[in-house]
Design a protein around this ligand. Sequence first.
Ligand code: HEC
Ligand code: HEC
Ligand code: HEC
Length: 122
Amino acid sequence: MVTATAMAAEPKKPSRVQMPVVQTKAGEKCVEPTDVMRRDHMKFILHQRDETMHRGIRTVKHSFKNCVNCHADAKTNSVLGKDGFCQSCHTHAAVKIDCFECHTAAPEPSKAAAATKPAAGN
Ligand code: HEC
Ligand code: HEC
Ligand code: HEC
């Protein structure tokens, strides 16, 4: 009974809705808690773009390149495509973004592996 109540209180989505293909490696953590990211990731990157483009501020934490470095599929080397992290979820949610017309969907070769470690030397 207690368990059922706790479960019901969780903002759990039915499996047919918005299931991203998450391809990150064990032990990795996102830049914010997963539930926050699920809801607000666009705010972080859109905000970060404003800061970078208009005020010249660059932080690593919410960097767009960092998202791609961690979330790109190891096989396709991309966050796009049918099983790509960003696109798989956006397709379900009927979201269209133009970001990848300019930004690469592939991880930086050197950082693809380094992204698994906590950012030490920044
Ligand atoms: C017309 C081309 C273009 C489009 C479309 C575009 N960007 Fe950018 N973006 C740039 C350029 C140029 C820079 C600055 C160069 C850089 O930092 O690599 C930049 C920088 C950024 C940065 C800061 C650098 C970083 O890696 O964190 C973020 C965040 C960002 N863009 C997010 C987005 C998002 C999110 C979208 C989609 C909603 C988007 N951009 C669409 C051209 C574009
Ligand atoms: C250090 C690696 C790393 C970086 C950098 C990173 N993420 Fe994550 N992200 C993860 C992990 C690990 C999860 C949790 C996956 C899980 O819980 O199944 C996650 C979860 C998410 C989720 C929720 C997925 C879901 O299950 O609903 C979104 C959305 C997301 N990240 C977007 C981003 C964006 C946007 C950026 C860049 C601002 C970013 N991530 C940067 C590793 C990373
Ligand atoms: C867990 C599912 C999920 C994942 C994974 C995901 N997104 Fe999203 N994204 C959404 C949803 C849902 C929206 C629309 C939210 C809204 O309209 O309020 C959205 C909206 C956005 C927007 C704003 C679009 C606009 O026009 O306002 C951007 C930019 C974005 N996502 C970028 C990304 C990037 C980049 C990744 C991969 C690193 C990613 N998302 C991964 C679900 C996801």
